[in-house]
Design a protein around this ligand. Structure first.
Ligand code: PLP
Length: 230
Protein backbone atom coordinates (compact mmCIF):
# COMPACT_ATOMS: atom_id res chain seq x y z
CA UNK A 1 0.00 0.00 0.00
CA UNK A 2 1.38 3.39 -0.93
CA UNK A 3 0.65 7.01 -0.11
CA UNK A 4 -0.67 8.71 2.96
CA UNK A 5 -4.03 7.93 4.50
CA UNK A 6 -5.35 11.16 3.01
CA UNK A 7 -4.29 10.07 -0.46
CA UNK A 8 -5.80 6.63 -0.02
CA UNK A 9 -9.11 8.15 1.08
CA UNK A 10 -9.08 10.48 -1.93
CA UNK A 11 -8.38 7.54 -4.22
CA UNK A 12 -11.30 5.53 -2.82
CA UNK A 13 -13.59 8.55 -3.26
CA UNK A 14 -12.42 9.01 -6.85
CA UNK A 15 -13.14 5.38 -7.61
CA UNK A 16 -16.63 5.70 -6.09
CA UNK A 17 -17.30 8.83 -8.14
CA UNK A 18 -16.17 7.06 -11.31
CA UNK A 19 -18.34 4.02 -10.57
CA UNK A 20 -21.32 6.33 -9.91
CA UNK A 21 -20.72 8.09 -13.20
CA UNK A 22 -20.71 4.75 -15.06
CA UNK A 23 -24.01 3.85 -13.41
CA UNK A 24 -25.65 7.27 -13.68
CA UNK A 25 -25.76 7.65 -9.91
CA UNK A 26 -25.14 10.59 -7.60
CA UNK A 27 -22.00 9.98 -5.49
CA UNK A 28 -23.67 11.60 -2.48
CA UNK A 29 -25.84 8.44 -2.30
CA UNK A 30 -22.82 6.33 -1.33
CA UNK A 31 -21.46 6.39 2.20
CA UNK A 32 -18.02 5.03 3.06
CA UNK A 33 -17.95 2.92 6.20
CA UNK A 34 -14.27 2.88 7.15
CA UNK A 35 -13.64 -0.58 8.56
CA UNK A 36 -11.24 -0.07 11.46
CA UNK A 37 -10.83 -3.68 12.57
CA UNK A 38 -7.15 -4.53 13.13
CA UNK A 39 -6.35 -0.80 13.35
CA UNK A 40 -5.06 0.21 16.79
CA UNK A 41 -7.13 2.80 18.65
CA UNK A 42 -4.28 5.32 18.54
CA UNK A 43 -4.63 5.63 14.75
CA UNK A 44 -8.30 6.50 14.86
CA UNK A 45 -7.70 10.19 15.47
CA UNK A 46 -5.63 10.27 12.24
CA UNK A 47 -8.59 8.77 10.45
CA UNK A 48 -10.93 11.37 11.94
CA UNK A 49 -8.53 14.18 11.10
CA UNK A 50 -8.44 12.97 7.50
CA UNK A 51 -12.19 13.36 7.29
CA UNK A 52 -13.46 9.81 7.83
CA UNK A 53 -16.61 9.97 9.95
CA UNK A 54 -18.18 6.51 9.92
CA UNK A 55 -16.28 3.58 11.41
CA UNK A 56 -17.25 -0.08 11.15
CA UNK A 57 -16.12 -2.83 13.51
CA UNK A 58 -16.91 -6.51 13.19
CA UNK A 59 -16.28 -7.62 16.78
CA UNK A 60 -17.90 -6.23 19.91
CA UNK A 61 -14.81 -6.53 22.10
CA UNK A 62 -12.64 -4.60 19.68
CA UNK A 63 -15.38 -2.05 19.10
CA UNK A 64 -15.65 -1.32 22.83
CA UNK A 65 -11.92 -0.65 23.14
CA UNK A 66 -12.08 1.89 20.34
CA UNK A 67 -15.30 3.40 21.54
CA UNK A 68 -13.60 4.01 24.85
CA UNK A 69 -10.82 5.86 23.01
CA UNK A 70 -12.85 8.18 20.81
CA UNK A 71 -16.52 7.69 21.73
CA UNK A 72 -19.00 9.59 19.65
CA UNK A 73 -16.37 11.45 17.64
CA UNK A 74 -17.22 8.88 14.96
CA UNK A 75 -20.49 7.30 13.92
CA UNK A 76 -20.10 3.61 14.76
CA UNK A 77 -21.48 0.69 12.79
CA UNK A 78 -21.35 -2.95 13.80
CA UNK A 79 -20.72 -4.87 10.58
CA UNK A 80 -19.95 -8.41 11.77
CA UNK A 81 -22.01 -11.24 13.24
CA UNK A 82 -23.48 -10.27 16.61
CA UNK A 83 -23.97 -12.94 19.25
CA UNK A 84 -27.15 -12.31 21.21
CA UNK A 85 -25.32 -12.27 24.54
CA UNK A 86 -23.12 -9.38 23.37
CA UNK A 87 -25.92 -7.11 22.13
CA UNK A 88 -26.24 -5.36 25.48
CA UNK A 89 -22.76 -3.85 25.13
CA UNK A 90 -23.86 -1.87 22.09
CA UNK A 91 -26.69 -0.04 23.83
CA UNK A 92 -26.54 3.70 23.14
CA UNK A 93 -23.31 3.36 21.17
CA UNK A 94 -23.95 2.22 17.60
CA UNK A 95 -25.82 4.03 14.85
CA UNK A 96 -26.39 0.99 12.64
CA UNK A 97 -26.07 -2.79 12.86
CA UNK A 98 -25.39 -4.27 9.40
CA UNK A 99 -25.68 -7.88 10.45
CA UNK A 100 -29.12 -8.75 11.77
CA UNK A 101 -29.36 -12.45 10.92
CA UNK A 102 -31.84 -14.10 13.30
CA UNK A 103 -35.21 -13.58 14.89
CA UNK A 104 -33.66 -14.37 18.24
CA UNK A 105 -31.30 -11.40 17.91
CA UNK A 106 -34.11 -9.18 16.63
CA UNK A 107 -36.26 -9.98 19.66
CA UNK A 108 -33.40 -9.31 22.02
CA UNK A 109 -32.57 -5.97 20.39
CA UNK A 110 -36.24 -5.09 20.59
CA UNK A 111 -36.14 -5.64 24.34
CA UNK A 112 -32.97 -3.54 24.65
CA UNK A 113 -34.37 -0.66 22.59
CA UNK A 114 -35.72 1.19 25.60
CA UNK A 115 -32.24 1.32 27.11
CA UNK A 116 -30.82 2.15 23.68
CA UNK A 117 -33.07 5.21 23.65
CA UNK A 118 -34.50 4.61 20.18
CA UNK A 119 -35.38 1.77 17.84
CA UNK A 120 -32.21 0.06 16.62
CA UNK A 121 -31.41 0.89 13.03
CA UNK A 122 -30.47 -2.40 11.39
CA UNK A 123 -29.80 -4.02 8.04
CA UNK A 124 -30.73 -7.62 7.38
CA UNK A 125 -27.70 -9.65 6.37
CA UNK A 126 -28.38 -11.91 3.40
CA UNK A 127 -26.11 -14.78 2.39
CA UNK A 128 -26.72 -14.39 -1.32
CA UNK A 129 -23.87 -16.65 -2.43
CA UNK A 130 -24.85 -19.44 -0.03
CA UNK A 131 -21.28 -19.97 1.18
CA UNK A 132 -21.25 -22.10 4.32
CA UNK A 133 -18.68 -19.83 5.98
CA UNK A 134 -20.91 -16.77 5.80
CA UNK A 135 -23.63 -15.58 8.14
CA UNK A 136 -26.95 -14.25 6.95
CA UNK A 137 -30.40 -15.36 5.92
CA UNK A 138 -30.93 -17.12 2.64
CA UNK A 139 -32.75 -14.90 0.13
CA UNK A 140 -35.81 -17.19 0.47
CA UNK A 141 -36.00 -16.52 4.20
CA UNK A 142 -36.04 -12.73 3.85
CA UNK A 143 -39.76 -12.10 3.16
CA UNK A 144 -40.91 -14.10 6.18
CA UNK A 145 -38.23 -12.54 8.33
CA UNK A 146 -39.25 -9.00 7.37
CA UNK A 147 -42.84 -9.85 8.24
CA UNK A 148 -41.84 -11.31 11.58
CA UNK A 149 -39.72 -8.33 12.68
CA UNK A 150 -42.37 -5.89 11.44
CA UNK A 151 -44.14 -6.42 14.77
CA UNK A 152 -41.12 -5.39 16.83
CA UNK A 153 -41.28 -1.65 17.57
CA UNK A 154 -37.69 -1.59 18.81
CA UNK A 155 -36.25 -2.52 15.40
CA UNK A 156 -36.11 -0.26 12.38
CA UNK A 157 -35.09 -2.15 9.25
CA UNK A 158 -33.23 0.23 6.93
CA UNK A 159 -32.18 -2.17 4.18
CA UNK A 160 -30.09 -5.22 3.34
CA UNK A 161 -26.42 -6.17 3.59
CA UNK A 162 -24.34 -8.86 1.94
CA UNK A 163 -20.75 -10.02 1.55
CA UNK A 164 -19.71 -11.38 -1.83
CA UNK A 165 -17.23 -14.25 -2.06
CA UNK A 166 -13.68 -13.13 -2.73
CA UNK A 167 -13.01 -13.18 -6.47
CA UNK A 168 -9.72 -12.47 -8.23
CA UNK A 169 -11.81 -10.72 -10.86
CA UNK A 170 -14.30 -8.48 -9.00
CA UNK A 171 -16.57 -8.44 -12.05
CA UNK A 172 -17.58 -11.96 -11.02
CA UNK A 173 -19.22 -10.59 -7.85
CA UNK A 174 -21.74 -8.59 -9.87
CA UNK A 175 -24.53 -11.23 -9.80
CA UNK A 176 -24.37 -11.31 -5.98
CA UNK A 177 -24.83 -7.55 -5.68
CA UNK A 178 -27.48 -7.46 -8.39
CA UNK A 179 -29.46 -10.20 -6.60
CA UNK A 180 -29.41 -8.26 -3.35
CA UNK A 181 -30.65 -5.13 -5.07
CA UNK A 182 -33.41 -7.07 -6.84
CA UNK A 183 -34.45 -8.67 -3.57
CA UNK A 184 -34.56 -5.24 -1.94
CA UNK A 185 -36.63 -3.85 -4.83
CA UNK A 186 -39.10 -6.74 -4.61
CA UNK A 187 -39.46 -6.38 -0.86
CA UNK A 188 -39.96 -2.62 -1.18
CA UNK A 189 -42.66 -3.15 -3.82
CA UNK A 190 -44.57 -5.73 -1.83
CA UNK A 191 -44.12 -4.00 1.54
CA UNK A 192 -44.67 -0.31 1.08
CA UNK A 193 -44.60 0.34 4.81
CA UNK A 194 -40.90 -0.59 4.96
CA UNK A 195 -38.13 1.85 4.14
CA UNK A 196 -35.44 -0.35 2.62
CA UNK A 197 -33.28 2.52 1.46
CA UNK A 198 -29.90 1.01 2.14
CA UNK A 199 -27.79 -1.63 0.45
CA UNK A 200 -24.56 -2.28 2.35
CA UNK A 201 -22.37 -4.12 -0.14
CA UNK A 202 -18.85 -3.87 -1.49
CA UNK A 203 -15.46 -4.10 0.22
CA UNK A 204 -11.92 -3.25 -0.87
CA UNK A 205 -11.83 -5.85 -3.60
CA UNK A 206 -15.23 -5.27 -5.14
CA UNK A 207 -16.71 -1.93 -4.08
CA UNK A 208 -16.81 -0.40 -7.55
CA UNK A 209 -18.96 -3.22 -8.88
CA UNK A 210 -21.19 -2.92 -5.81
CA UNK A 211 -21.61 0.82 -6.37
CA UNK A 212 -22.52 0.20 -10.00
CA UNK A 213 -25.17 -2.22 -8.73
CA UNK A 214 -26.67 0.24 -6.26
CA UNK A 215 -24.71 0.11 -2.99
CA UNK A 216 -25.50 2.99 -0.63
CA UNK A 217 -22.83 1.91 1.84
CA UNK A 218 -19.46 0.39 1.04
CA UNK A 219 -17.42 -1.15 3.85
CA UNK A 220 -13.76 -0.45 3.16
CA UNK A 221 -10.92 -1.69 5.32
CA UNK A 222 -7.62 -2.64 3.72
CA UNK A 223 -7.70 -0.08 0.89
CA UNK A 224 -7.55 2.56 3.62
CA UNK A 225 -5.75 1.01 6.56
CA UNK A 226 -3.56 -1.94 5.60
CA UNK A 227 -0.45 0.09 6.54
CA UNK A 228 -1.73 0.08 10.11
CA UNK A 229 -2.35 -3.66 10.37
CA UNK A 230 0.12 -5.52 12.55
C1 PLP B 1 -13.31 -6.75 7.20
C2 PLP B 1 -14.66 -6.48 6.66
C3 PLP B 1 -14.84 -5.55 5.62
C4 PLP B 1 -13.70 -4.79 4.97
O1 PLP B 1 -12.88 -5.65 4.24
P1 PLP B 1 -11.71 -5.10 3.29
O2 PLP B 1 -11.58 -6.15 2.26
O3 PLP B 1 -10.50 -4.97 4.14
O4 PLP B 1 -12.15 -3.80 2.73
C5 PLP B 1 -16.14 -5.32 5.21
N1 PLP B 1 -17.20 -5.96 5.75
C6 PLP B 1 -17.05 -6.84 6.74
C7 PLP B 1 -18.26 -7.52 7.29
C8 PLP B 1 -15.79 -7.14 7.24
O5 PLP B 1 -15.64 -8.03 8.22
Amino acid sequence: MTGTLKERIAKVHQRIVAACRRAGRDPSEVKVVAVTKMVAAEHLTDALNCGLTVFGENRVQEFLKKYEAIGKAAEWHLIGHLQSNKAKYLVGKVALIHSLDSLKLAKLLDKLSVAHGAPWRVLVQVNVSGEKTKFGLSPEEVPGFLDAVQDLPGIEICGLMTMAPYEEDPERTRPVFRSLRQLRDEMARSRHYLNLEHLSMGMTNDFEVAVEEGATMVRIGSALFSDYYN
